[in-house]
Design a protein around this ligand. Structure first.
Ligand code: F0G
Length: 458
C-alpha cells in the first residue's frame, strides 16, 4: 500500500517559536506547573487540545467573507441549519458559541437536585454543567474501556447491563437523559459502536429516557464504525452519521472539533417543546435564535467544516496520523492507551511513572516533563482533572491517569509528529528522575484549568 499523505497542501503558515530547556524550566515554574498557564508563544508543539485549533480550509475562509451578519434570519444561519439537519435529521437546530454553552442551556432545563445523567463517560465541562445544576453525572464505561494497555475496537461503549441496573436502582423518573459521548474523549478518544448505540436506545425506550449524543467528534467515530464494524464498510460517513443520530433524541456539539471551526457549537433535537425552552434561555445567555452567540461568518465556517470532515480521504489521513504517533511510542515501550484514539494519543501515566503515587499527580508530572524536554504542551486527564475529595479531604482518584496528546486537525506535519515521539521517548528513558507534585491552590469546579502546583517536598 502507498504512503498515506496529507490530503491538502499548505497555503498559509505561521511560525513556531523556539526556546531552550533552561528557559522552559523557569517558564513552567512561573506557570505553577500548570500547562494551561503557559503563554502559547512559549510552546513549540501545542498538543493541549484539538479544540478550536484546526487549520481552516480556503473554502472556510471564503465562507468567513461571505458570512451575513444580519441580526435575525441571516442566510448563513439557514445554510448552517440545513447542513446540521442533513447530518442529524433533527428539525430543531440552535447555535451556541461553543459546546459547553449548549450543555449549560440543556442541563439548566433538565438538571436539578436528585437527578442523574448517565453516560459512557461525560467530558469535564459536561459533568461540571450537570453538577452545577445540582444533579449527578454517572459514567458507566464498558470494562475494556478501563484497561489502557489492552486493545479492543470499541472501548468507548457504555456498559449496557450496568445502565439497566442503574436505571432500576435510581428509578427512571430521576434520570432525565442518557448521554453517549462520541468519540469518548475522557476515555482515550475511543469510539462507540453502532450496536452499542442501538442497544442503549433499546434500554432508553424501555424506560422512556431520552438519548442525547455529545457529538464533538462524530465523524471520527463514524469512520471507526466504517472501518471496524460489520456491515458498514460500504456505507458513506454521512450514511453512518444519519443512522447514528437516528437513535438519538438530540445532540450537543462543539463545532471546535470535527467542524474545523475556531469557535462555535450547537444543540439539535427532535422535541419542539424542549427546543422552545432552550431558545428562551438562549436569548438571555447567547443571543437571538438564528445566531446564538456566533457571528454569521462563524456559522458559514461551521457549515462548510461539517461537510469537509465527512470526506473519507481526510478521515483516513486523520486517524492514520494519530495511529502513526501511537505506533512509534508502542515500539519504544511507552505505555499508551491502545488502540490509538481518534483525535489524540493517550499516555498511561500510572504505568509510565509507577513510582509516583496518584495523589502526587503522575499525569501532571509527565505533562511538565514533556514541556521541559521538548516544549510540547499536553494535558492531564486524570486525578487533577477529575479527582474529588472524601469527607477527610483525602483524594478520591480518577479511574485512570492519562496524558493526552491531542492532534489539532490539519495543522502539524509528519516531521512535527516525529519530533514529538522523540521527545516522549527521551523522557521515558529518564522517567525515574521525575518527582511528584502537590496542589497549592485550586478552584471548586474544573480545577485543572487554574490550579497551582509545586514539587512535593521530601
Ligand atoms: N464534549 C466533549 C466530548 C468535549 O471534548 C468538549 C471539549 C466539550 C464537550 C465542550 O466543548 O470546548 O466547545 O465548550 N473539549 C475540549 C478538549 C475542551 O480539549 O477536549 P467546548
Amino acid at each position: 500500500m502507498k504512503t498515506i499523505i496529507e490530503p491538502f497542501r499548505i497555503k498559509s503558515v505561521e511560525p513556531i517559536y523556539f526556546n531552550t530547556k533552561e528557559e522552559r524550566i523557569s517558564i513552567l515554574e512561573k506557570a505553577s506547573h500548570n500547562a494551561f498557564l503557559i503563554h502559547a508563544h512559549d510552546v513549540l508543539i501545542d498538543l493541549l487540545t484539538d479544540s478550536g485549533t484546526s487549520a481552516m480550509s480556503s473554502e472556510q475562509w471564503s465562507g468567513i467573507m461571505r458570512g451575513d451578519e444580519s441580526y435575525a434570519g441571516s442566510p448563513s444561519y439557514y445554510r448552517f441549519k440545513q447542513v446540521v439537519q442533513d447530518i442529524t435529521k433533527m428539525p430543531e437546530v440552535i447555535p451556541t458559541h461553543q459546546g459547553r454553552a449548549a450543555e449549560k442551556i440543556l442541563f439548566s432545563i433538565l438538571g436539578g437536585k436528585g437527578k442523574y445523567f448517565v453516560s459512557n463517560t461525560l467530558f469535564d465541562t459536561t459533568r461540571a454543567n450537570i453538577e452545577f445544576s445540582g444533579a449527578n453525572g454517572v459514567d458507566l464505561l464498558c470494562e475494556e474501556g478501563k484497561k489502557p494497555g489492552i486493545p479492543a475496537p470499541f472501548k468507548g461503549n457504555i456498559d449496557i447491563e450496568a445502565l439497566e441496573l442503574f436505571i432500576l436502582e435510581k428509578g427512571a423518573n430521576n434520570i432525565p437523559l442518557c448521554i453517549i459521548t462520541v468519540t469518548n474523549n475522557s476515555g482515550g478518544g475511543q469510539p462507540v459502536s453502532m450496536q452499542n448505540i442501538r442497544d442503549t436506545r433499546a434500554v432508553c425506550n424501555k424506560y422512556n429516557i431520552p438519548l442525547f449524543i455529545d457529538a464533538c467528534r462524530f465523524a471520527e467515530n463514524c469512520y471507526f464504525i466504517q472501518q471496524r464494524e460489520e456491515g458498514y464498510q460500504n456505507k458513506t460517513i454521512l450514511e453512518i452519521a444519519n443512522e447514528l443520530f437516528s437513535y438519538a433524541d438530540g445532540c450537543t456539539m462543539s463545532a471546535k472539533k470535527d467542524a474545523f471551526a475556531n469557535i462555535g457549537g450547537f444543540l439539535a433535537m427532535n422535541n419542539p417543546k424542549l427546543a422552545q425552552e432552550c431558545r428562551n434561555l438562549l436569548i438571555i445567555t447567547e443571543g437571538f435564535p438564528t445566531y446564538g452567540g456566533l457571528a454569521g461568518r462563524d456559522l458559514e465556517a461551521i457549515a462548510i467544516g461539517l461537510q469537509e470532515v465527512m470526506d473519507v480521504n481526510y478521515l483516513h489521513y486523520r486517524i492514520r496520523s494519530t495511529e502513526y504517533l501511537s505506533n512509534k511510542l508502542i515500539a519504544a515501550g511507552v505505555p499508551v492507551m491502545q488502540p490509538a484514539g481518534g483525535h489524540a494519543v493517550y499516555i498511561d501515566a500510572k504505568a509510565f511513572l509507577p513510582h509516583i503515587p496518584v495523589d502526587q499527580y503522575p499525569g501532571q508530572v509527565l505533562v511538565g516533563a514533556l514541556y521541559i524536554e521538548g516544549g510540547i504542551r499536553s494535558v492531564e486527564i486524570g486525578s487533577l482533572m477529575f479527582g474529588k475529595y472524601d469527607e477527610n479531604a483525602k483524594l478520591i482518584p480518577a479511574a485512570m491517569e492519562l496524558v493526552r496528546l491531542a492532534i489539532p486537525r490539519r495543522v502539524y506535519t509528519q516531521s512535527h509528529i516525529d519530533y514529538v515521539a522523540e521527545v516522549i521517548i527521551e523522557v521515558f528513558e529518564k522517567r525515574d528522575e521525575l518527582k511528584g507534585l502537590e496542589i497549592t491552590e485550586e478552584a471548586p469546579l474544573l480545577r485543572h484549568f487554574t490550579a497551582k502546583l509545586k514539587p512535593v517536598s521530601q
